[in-house]
Ligand binder design. Structure first.
Ligand code: IPE
Ligand code: IPE
Ligand code: MG
Length: 246
């Protein structure tokens, strides 16, 4: 059964989140349950991306931030890390054309300096190619950790201060937030984590200050368009107070 996007749009109306983050967890367990190697789960996970990106774009969500590889994921066995980077390369090589045709703007969140050179080159090419697009902002968090992102942001500000370009006394919340990798994107409204765990694992810590959370038991390769719609409908019912009274 497909989703009736026009109907869903009407129902969600103003309550559609502008920026959704997803911690795509559970690929390994999905494969293990099937007696398959973990890399098989990562491939199945990649295949789920197309549908979720498409639906986000069709609904009119402005920004979608996907956690693909954390600064802590380097602790995994070398073979698994290599399989993951192989998939990222494949993704950035094969999918960019179609995303571009759909007016999607690709951006990487995370530390580019720590990426293998071939991946870094493909990521930068995808960013440059789609930089002028005005549709969905698709943010892929690769070698991303919120603490590492914060350190890089603080260094940028400190360097500008040391050069005399910035008065440290003028540093405010807006300046810090716009120095993060998500600078210029709308506030994070909804953060979804699949796979049943209820933690952030170093994803968008500052951006999530007033985000709503959806912890979903489904493993990422099983996170269907219908389950995504359930999270969006549930979000639309939440009473967000932002510290005030309502
Ligand atoms: C998420 O799935 C993908 C990455 C972290 C790269 P996992 O690989 O963490 O899958 P589980 O949590 O072990 O099932
Ligand atoms: C979070 O999942 C990172 C990604 C989904 C890319 P992990 O599987 O790495 O998180 P932990 O280790 O369970 O906290
Ligand atoms: Mg996991």
């Amino acid at each position: 059964m497909g989703i009736d996007v026009q109907k869903e749009k009407l129902t969600l109306g103003e309550r559609l989140p502008a920026h959704v983050g997803i911690i795509m967890d559970g690929n390994g367990r999905w494969a293990t349950k099937r007696g398959m190697p973990r890399a098989f789960g990562h491939r199945a996970g990649t295949e789920r991306l197309r549908g979720i990106i498409r639906l986000s774009s069709d609904l009119g969500i402005k920004a979608l931030s996907l956690y693909a590889f954390s600064t802590e994921n380097w602790k995994r066995p070398k073979a698994e890390v290599e399989a993951l980077f192989g998939l990222f390369m494949e993704y950035f090589t094969n999918e960019v054309e179609e995303l571009h045709a759909n007016n999607v703007r690709i951006r990487m969140l995370g530390d580019k300096a720590g990426l293998p050179a071939n991946v870094r080159t493909s990521v930068i090419a995808a960013e440059e190619k789609t930089a002028g697009n005005s549709g969905l902002s698709l943010n892929v968090a690769l070698n991303y950790g919120s603490r590492s992102e914060t350190v890089r942001a603080v260094k940028k500000l400190a360097e500008a201060a040391a050069l005399g370009e910035l008065d440290p006394g003028k540093i405010d919340e807006d300046m810090l937030l716009s120095s993060l990798d998500t600078g210029g994107l709308p506030e994070l409204d909804l953060l979804i984590r699949t796979g049943g765990d209820q933690r952030l694992s170093n994803f968008l810590l500052l951006q999530a200050a007033y985000a709503e959370f959806a912890f979903v038991d489904a493993l990422w390769p099983d996170f269907s368009d219908e389950l995504y719609m359930d999270s969006l409908r549930d979000f639309a019912q939440r009473n967000r107070r932002f510290g005030g009274l309502k």
